[in-house]
Design a protein around this ligand. Structure first.
Ligand code: ADP
Ligand code: MG
Length: 363
């Protein structure tokens, strides 16, 4: 088993409603309870932001800074690397974000993000199997970004080029030469993205299948498959972009490429998206999160920090019990939020916090 990553000290100032906050979390289970709207998710969002440099609720910087403040600061001391590390983020209204690792500016966002692994599970993830393909691409991308900085840079370059190309496609009098000038970059970065996703799905498959059996208690054969819009080879991507130019001009956006990829699930041979029960969907989602954790551990040699936002309320008692049994085996640091701490079926290695109006007290 890898070395567990853990936040040994966390401070926040001016982030959402958290005021001035400073805590030394437990190395295993940290249970954060409180009524709705008190700041439980905000606390997880702070930890997640420090690791991923974005809000898991899609919030813009202005929304993350406390309403009556001009800036927010987050600091985490993290153990699990060769030496303890210090991660800092400063958000300032109307100004760019400042990020520091051990006091130094990281070479790139991709570099920073691939050094601090967290696995997040929140109620929105319940749509992973049944919701839009964008959620499943995001799931794959977040895993890859967390261990491969080259992937993070390639994806960022691809998305930037795609936005530019789409903007040109929408122009009143589109400039064809300017549009096709992006095709080479889209083909090369797109091939990196598509091939990495394909390889990842191959690695995740057996892990998801095993975790699904453990969680659901069902022997139904589950299969994962990569469903690319275009085969992720540079030549094929380049040719498809060229051939689709007229259609893209008519539509006003680029139709083909890894931005239209999907990940599909088959349960006993049928598409789970259409046939699985809600209980099966949830078990698959949980299995995907467990697989994400194992994959990151195998790739980085570190057990990621697990953030579970109000997940117990989404699962029945039997699945909750299996989930917590599994978490106890995994051995890393866990932060979980709940309105009902008595539903958290853990009795060892547990620290409880209460949140009220953004203030945290150990209880
Ligand atoms: N930028 C902000 N400044 C001040 N308060 C905020 C900000 N963003 C959100 N909040 C407050 O945070 C609270 C919601 O916190 P949240 O962590 O989502 O609650 P929960 O405990 O239900 O998870 C709300 O009361 C909201 O008004
Ligand atoms: Mg919440």
């Amino acid at each position: 088993m890898g070395q567990p990553l853990s936040v040994s000290r966390l401070s926040a100032r001016g982030f959402r409603n958290l005021g001035q906050l400073s805590l030394s979390p437990g190395a295993r289970f940290n249970v954060i309870h409180g009524d709705n709207g008190q700041g439980k998710s905000n606390l997880l969002e702070a930890i997640h932001y420090l690791a991923a440099l974005r809000s898991f609720r899609g919030a813009a910087t202005a929304e993350l800074i406390a309403e009556d403040e001009d800036r927010a600061e987050l600091i985490a001391q993290v153990r699990g690397h060769a030496a303890p590390r210090d991660y800092r983020v400063r958000l300032t209204r109307g100004s760019s974000r400042q990020v520091r690792m051990d006091g130094k500016r990281p070479r790139s966002t991709a570099d920073y993000v691939s050094s601090f692994q967290v696995v997040l599970f929140h109620p929105g993830d319940m749509q992973l199997v049944s919701g839009s393909p964008e959620l499943r691409r995001g799931f794959l991308d977040r895993i890859l970004e967390q261990y491969d900085p080259v992937y993070g840079s390639s994806l960022a370059a691809y998305q930037k080029a795609l936005r530019s190309r789409n903007r040109l496609l929408k122009a009143d009098r589109p400039d064809r030469a300017a549009i096709v000038a992006f095709d080479e970059l889209l083909a090369s970065a797109g091939a990196v993205v598509g091939q990495a996703r394909e390889r990842l799905i191959g690695e995740l498959s057996p892990l998801v299948v095993k975790a699904f059996e453990d969680i659901s208690g069902e022997g139904l054969p589950l299969r994962l498959a990569y469903a690319p819009r275009v085969v992720p080879e540079v030549d094929t991507l380049r040719r498809t972009l060229a051939e689709s130019l007229d259609k893209d001009l008519a539509r006003g956006f680029t139709a083909d490429g890894p931005h239209a990829d999907d990940l599909t699930f088959a349960l006993a041979g049928s598409r789970a998206k259409h046939f699985g029960s809600q209980g099966q969907h949830r078990a698959i989602v949980l299995a995907m999160k467990v697989a994400e954790l194992y994959e990151l551990e195998q790739r980085t040699g570190r057990v990621p920090i697990l953030l579970l936002d109000d997940v117990s309320s989404e699962l029945d008692r039997a699945r909750n019990r299996r989930l917590f049994a599994l978490l106890s085996e995994l051995g890393g640091q866990v932060f979980l939020t709940t309105t009902h701490p008595e539903f958290i079926l853990l009795d060892r290695d547990r620290v409880d916090y209460r949140v009220e109006d953004g203030k945290l007290t150990q209880s």
